[in-house]
Design a protein around this ligand. Structure first.
Ligand code: NAD
Length: 261
């Protein structure tokens, strides 16, 4: 049994992940704005540093797993979407790397989204901008409240970051993978049904499974990726979306290596 830090444990996927991991006998150090072992605001640099310090202290300097799940989406302000979903997430992941390196079979499960592959025309450059820019630049880039790419581009950047860093992090013994949930029934998505435009957009998403996902179904995938059951899985982005990604782009993945004859 290990010690695993999960952010966003006060609600939705984070809460379901905490419950699953605790049912398996792990100790979970929960992080959230409220109702958590460590409270703080991941949009604030000073809080990020304190959260990392408090989690490191709570686990005695050795952490076996990390699930940086805290996040938000529309109608939250883009400023928060940018700061929490990408920069806050990476501050926690990078800040806890030394503790993870001292853990047993350590694994990190990032939380991306299937908005990465179902947002028509999402420019890859938007994700690269996240990866190559300071936080203030990206907050400014999405200053227009209607700049709806802030969320999917940030989640695409999380997926890219996972794949870019997974090989290198193996030298610390840390496995990096990600889940990409589809539409999941949580406090993030439920209120969207009150907006007729959003409701209509959500109802047009093709879901072969025929329904929205449940937080527990994402937790089950996270539980696999954070455990030694997935000991040979490195740098993967697991879509848990009821089949939407496969339906929209059946031949996009696996993508053969360019070159050769
Ligand atoms: P949720 O709203 O139920 O839970 C999110 C949690 O994050 C909340 O407890 C909230 O307090 C916490 N949080 C928000 N801002 C924070 C901050 N500044 N500092 C610390 N904690 C903060 O949402 P959810 O649906 O469980 O989403 C969890 C993750 O899954 C998010 O990263 C989200 O982008 C991702 N995701 C969700 C869906 C979906 O359909 N629900 C789909 C794809 C990806």
């Amino acid at each position: 049994m290990g010690t695993i830090c999960v952010t966003g444990t006060a609600s939705g996927i984070g809460a379901a992940t905490k419950a699953l991991l605790e049912s398996r006998g792990h100790r979970v150090i929960g992080v959230d704005l409220h109702d958590a072992d460590v409270t703080g605001d991941l949009s604030q640099p000073a809080d990020r540093e304190r959260i990392v310090a408090e989690v490191t202290s709570a686990c005695g300097g050795a952490l076996d797993g990390l699930v940086p799940c805290a996040g938000l989406s529309t109608p939250a302000p883009n400023r928060l979407i940018v700061s929490v979903n990408f920069y806050g997430t990476l501050a926690v992941v990078n800040g806890l790397r030394p503790a993870l390196a001292k853990g047993t079979d350590p694994a990190v499960v990032m939380v991306s989204s299937n908005s990465t592959t179902m947002t028509p025309g999402l420019p890859v450059d938007e994700a690269m901008a996240y990866l190559n820019s300071d936080e203030s630049v990206m907050v400014e880039r999405y200053a227009d409240p209607a700049a709806f790419l802030a969320y999917p581009a940030g989640k695409l950047a999380i997926a890219f970051w996972t794949r870019m860093n997974a090989p290198g992090w193996m030298k610390y013994g840390i496995r990096l993978n990600a889940v990409a949930p589809g539409v999941i029934d949580t406090a993030m998505t439920r209120p969207l049904l009150d907006d007729p435009n959003m409701k209509s957009a959500l109802e047009h998403i093709p879901i072969p499974r025929g329904r929205w996902g449940k937080p527990e179904e994402i937790a089950n995938a996270i539980g696999f990726l954070v455990s030694p059951d997935s000991s040979y899985v490195v740098g993967q982005v697991l879509f848990v979306d009821g089949g939407t990604d496969a339906m929209l782009q059946p031949t996009a993945h696996p993508h053969p290596l360019p070159g050769g004859r």
